[in-house]
Design a protein. Structure first.
Length: 494
């Protein structure tokens, strides 16, 4: 005999409680504020009752009284009254329920019925998905845990019982700042900007051989303990990091770590490495978006309890066309599935540029879906080497917090601080720039001389002017290449 499913039985509901709430509001408008602390319009089973309650909230927010006449008029004005039967239904609401002493009690009844309906629908879908071939166990387990929270509290959301806010409520609301696993600190060790936000996504990218992997390897090691790292990064509490390193052969990665480990405060239990191949030379295949690889990685993330997962490098873990909007969107959607792991880790992709020295939002290879997916973009550019010491500029765009000023990463394996971050001296190479530009010049001339994109050149020009290093010689109409105004270095041409 076939077992009954949720759809074979009537959905939980209490029509009398729904009508009692609406009738009481028609008699006493203050009851609406009490009800919206417990329920929203979607909690009503009857679509007509949903419509009436939603319109009542809109009338209250507009400062209009709510009674049978004004309610009917508002519903007619919005073409929500279908026929005379609905008009009669509204009229009898106040007659049948002249006043309910405890409207909150009836609202709790309606809310409970709505929660049961949501659980029934979610459980049935969960059952059907679990019985399909190739079911994702990790995702299903996450959804099972979510069943325990199918009755989220309404109080405080938009101050009107809905997920949306009225304008004035939104402007007055105070929202919490996003938590960051890693922040940027000033000389006093105080946080001044965000770098790696918890539970979100980031992408590190550059041209090849611009120290990306040195940075991610050092970061994975250093953030295992709290404190100031590399002179500028603040780790408030240890971050459990899973480093998926597919770019280098394990021997190269091992050599790099051996150079760094003696100089970094590390807690070994907070880092786990998934290398390109095992110690017998067998390739470890985590190519996405194959279902098998997804399951393997979810198991690794869950078992280790990762807060941060670093994928280095993207081209070795994905086998789709990243230039395709459709393929890249599907890949990123699947990648977001790792957020369903119990720790909801931050996901960091290491990727390559496709245009040298392009602006930060245009430089990453592939579809624009990639910078759209990443909450934080970190670009490494303008690498130079001096006497065996490598320097590279680091620019960050953080969409959920204050972005740090551009920094310089220094790699000096002969030093006791093999990796460090420094303030980017805007005046570095100033004499060379003076010689290259001559007496007076445009923003475009400066961008070409410094080999920088227009946006970065504009920022540096403003700092030069604020510091009194540069002054404007003459104004000019804006041109397509950044303006025709001319500038000169202070002290020249006098």
């Amino acid at each position: 005999m076939k077992a009954a499913t949720a759809l074979d039985k009537p959905s939980p509901r209490n029509s009398e409680a729904e009508q009692a709430i609406l009738g009481t509001i028609l008699i006493d408008n203050k009851a609406l504020s009490i009800a919206t602390k417990v329920i929203s319009s979607g909690d009503f089973f009857s679509s007509t009752n949903q419509k009436i309650f939603r319109r009542m909230i809109q009338m209250q927010e507009s400062g209009n009284p709510i009674d049978i006449v004004t309610l009917n008029d508002a519903l007619q004005a919005s073409n929500e009254l279908r026929d005379a039967q609905e008009v009669a239904y509204i009229a009898q609401l106040a007659d049948n329920f002249p006043r309910v002493a405890n409207v909150e009690h009836y609202a709790q009844i309606v809310r409970r019925a709505a929660a049961l309906r949501r659980i029934a629908r979610a459980a049935e879908k969960l059952m059907n998905d679990a019985l399909t071939n190739g079911a994702d166990l990790g995702a299903l387990q996450h959804r099972m845990r979510e069943l325990a929270t199918q009755d989220p509290p309404i109080t405080g959301i938009g101050a009107n019982g809905h997920l949306s806010y009225g304008l004035m409520d939104f402007l007055k609301a105070e929202f919490p700042s996003p938590e960051h696993l890693i922040e940027v600190a000033n000389e006093k060790g105080e946080s001044i900007a965000g770098l790696i936000p918890a539970n979100l996504n980031s992408m590190i990218f550059s041209m090849p051989h611009h120290l990306k992997s040195y940075f991610t390897t050092s970061l994975a090691l250093a953030c295992t303990t709290a404190g100031i790292k590399f002179g500028k990064l603040l780790v408030k509490k240890p971050v459990r990091t899973l480093l998926i390193q597919m770019e280098d052969f394990p021997g190269q990665l091992q050599w790099r770590m051996r150079q760094l480990v003696p100089y970094i405060d590390i807690d070994p239990k907070n880092i786990c490495i998934l290398p390109r191949c095992d110690h017998n030379g067998n390739k470890i295949d985590v190519t996405l978006p194959s279902a098998q690889s997804v399951s393997v990685l979810k198991r690794e993330i869950e078992d280790f309890g990762a807060d941060l997962v670093i994928f280095d490098v993207l081209r070795r873990i994905v086998n789709v066309d990243l230039n395709s909007q459709k393929d890249s969107a599907e890949f990123l959607e699947q990648l977001d599935g790792f957020h369903y792991c119990s720790t909801n880790p931050h996901l960091m992709l290491v990727h390559h540029e496709n245009r040298k020295e392009a602006d930060i939002m245009y430089a990453s290879a592939g579809s624009f879906n990639l910078p759209g997916w990443a909450t934080v973009m970190i670009q490494f550019k303008r690498k130079r080497e001096e006497q065996g010491i490598s320097h590279v500029e680091v620019e960050v765009d953080n969409k959920v917090a204050q972005s740090p000023e551009p920094m310089r990463m220094v790699l000096d394996l002969k030093s006791e601080t093999p990796v460090r971050l420094e303030n980017l001296e805007e005046s570095a190479g100033l004499q060379e720039l003076r010689d290259a530009l001559g007496a007076d010049w445009t923003l475009r001339d400066m961008a070409e001389a410094m080999n920088l994109p227009k946006s970065t050149s504009q920022r540096r020009l403003k700092k030069f002017m604020a510091a009194g290093i540069v002054e404007k010689v003459s104004g000019g109409k804006r041109g397509r290449q950044g303006g025709l105004a001319r500038f000169k270095f202070v002290g020249e041409g006098e």
